[in-house]
Design a protein around this ligand. Structure first.
Ligand SMILES: [Zn+2]
Length: 88
């Protein structure tokens, strides 16, 4: 299996830390015949993320890029504004 997709992790609006698994490391461990426990341990990535940043790039121990994206806040107010604009 040839997967080169960058791991993307979605953060909640208030998250200031993350914990995830690097998919490329998981694949490499799987191909290399590592046990599932070793694969999980080797692919585990965690760290801190600034509360104000919408997108951050982190790296696993092996240097693979991991994109951290923050989900938008519930768009309740914005949706109300759009409806008002449509009526105008
Ligand atoms: Zn990795």
């Amino acid at each position: 299996m040839n997967r080169s997709a960058i791991t993307t992790v979605w953060l909640s609006p208030s998250a200031t830390s993350f914990s995830c698994l690097c998919e490329q490391c998981l694949d490499a461990a799987r191909v290399g015949g590592a046990t599932f426990a070793d694969a999980l341990a080797g692919a585990s990535v965690r760290g801190a993320v600034a509360a104000e940043s919408a997108v951050t790039v982190a790296r696993c121990a092996a240097g693979h890029e991991i994109v951290l994206r923050r989900v938008e806040r519930p768009p309740g107010l914005r949706r109300h504004d759009e409806r008002q604009m449509q009526l105008a």
